[in-house]
Every structure is written in structure tokens, then in C-alpha cells.
Design a protein around this ligand. Sequence first.
Ligand SMILES: C[S@@+](CC[C@H](N)C(=O)[O-])C[C@H]1O[C@@H](n2cnc3c(N)ncnc32)[C@H](O)[C@@H]1O
Length: 290
Amino acid sequence: MAHHHHEHGPTDVDWAEMGPHLEAQAELFTPVYERVMAWLGKEVTEPGLIVDAGSGPGVVACLFAETFPGARVVAVDSTEPLLERARDRAVRQGVADRFDILAGELPGVLGELDYPADLLWASRSLHHLGDQRAALTAFAARLAPGGTLALLEGGLPSRFLPRDIGIGRPGLQERLDVVQAEWFARMRADLPGSVAVTEDWPALLTSVGLKHTRTRSFLLDLPAPATDRARTYVAAILSRFRQEIGESLDAEDLATLDRLLDPADPASVHRRPDVFVLGAYTVHTAVRPV
Ligand SMILES: C[S@@+](CC[C@H](N)C(=O)[O-])C[C@H]1O[C@@H](n2cnc3c(N)ncnc32)[C@H](O)[C@@H]1O
């Protein structure tokens, strides 16, 4: 099978359609976010304004509002249906009086903020912007003196299954990683105004005038037997792979993936006993000089 660029499907993501998945994922990851916030809170004390750039459905933005009861939180995103989910969540959690939403394209939309941010959080959103360095420059410009920029980017590809799962060829996840990395590269290349940059996040944060970089990784460790929520998450990730990169897999791996996704199959991730979730997420921070 040929692998010419134009034979691959589009790499643009339908974010509105991803709402339920993003929300379920962030809920499953809550123990990680709580530890991230405890770590951030050691240096970011009593923030007045927290901006979540690329908030999606606002699970983390609401967690910020709960963790920092003195802060206003603004959830910023270009996908309005996701921001509506964020606002509904803030109402349900009783933090709506300190919670705003701002719709528009990053990074330009940040110009509409009334105040500079004491903490600007960007989790897996920067990599969807064509010019990441320009976006970081704009993020840094919206920080108050002494304010912190925190990026969640990178980490490790997650693991859900043992190497040998008793069906198909062992090592499926490693092969999915390779194809997923190629999809990610095409996704970035297809972004409007795409600019290639060395993704040395601390160096980039320094290059836009920020100081005192810190990096730490956080483990999501949900061992087997998996809860129904964890299984649903694993199934959602694998079916996204099936959609986005299925055409790049060989017939045997595709057949294995289909069995893993078939709820009627005892070997599927819905029913097999060995499903787990193991992930590592890296956060980089830096501070705007006073
Ligand atoms: C992978 S999701 C991350 C959501 C959330 N921060 C998280 O970590 O789960 C990327 C988010 O960035 C938003 N996004 C993508 N491109 C954007 C742009 N150009 N301007 C504003 N938001 C954008 C999407 O709508 C989506 O909510």
C-alpha cells in the first residue's frame, strides 16, 4: 500500500464532537490534575486571575476554581459548544460567579482579556496552533509581572494493554505509537500558518522572555482491573485511532483493533480483564519577570 501524503484523510479535528470524550478523559485524569495543581500552588500563591487557554469542556478550569477559591477563572477556546459545557459545569459546581468563558481563536483572542493573568494554563492546546513560538510570545504578553505560564505538553504515549494480548501480533501499541506520531506530524504540518520549531519547551519559554523554568511529569496509574470509566476511555482512544490512522495499519493489526473495539467480543477492551491505564504527563512552567 502506498503512503503518499494526499492519500491520507484530513487531520482537522471536530472538537465539538469530541466534547463528551474530552470531558470523560479530564474526569478520569482528575487525580493527575489535583497533583499538578498542588505543585503549581507551591509557587503560584493566591492568583487573582487564572486563564485556561484551550480549555475544552472546562473540567480543569472548574478544578482551578475549586483549588484557588480567591481566583477568577476564564476558560478560553475556539469551540463554543465546549465552552457551553464549561459554563454548565461551573454552574453545577457552584463556581459560576467566578467563572467566565471567552470564545475565539488563540492566541489573538487573549487580547480581549480585561486583566493580565497570574496563571495561564495551556494543556494540549498549544500544539494545535500553527506558530507555537508566536503563540507563546502572546501568552507571555498576557501575564501579570510575576505571573506563571504552565504548559502541559509531551510526556509518554499511554499504555492500556500488555505486550501480548493473546490475539494478533504482540506489540500493537508500539506500532500504533509510530503511526500516531506520523499522524501528529501531518496534523501540525496542515495547520494554518504552520511553523516547525524545536519543541524544547523550557528553551522556548526562556526565548519569549520568561524565567525560572520548572518541569515535572505526573503519572496516571489505573491498574487492572479497570473501572467502566477507564474502559470507556480506552475504547474511545482506540476508536479514534481506528478512525484517524486505521488506513495506515496492516490487515492483521486492523482486525485486532476491531476485535478490541467490539463490545460483543470477550477479547475486547470492554470485557477483557487485563485492561489498565498508564500515562505520564509533563508540565513546564515559567514566570514573567517582575
Ligand atoms: C486536545 S484539546 C485540550 C482540551 C483540554 N485543555 C485538555 O487538556 O483536555 C484542544 C483544545 O484546543 C482548542 N483549540 C484548538 N485550536 C484552537 C485555536 N486555534 N484557538 C482556540 N482554541 C483552539 C480545541 O477546541 C480544544 O478544546
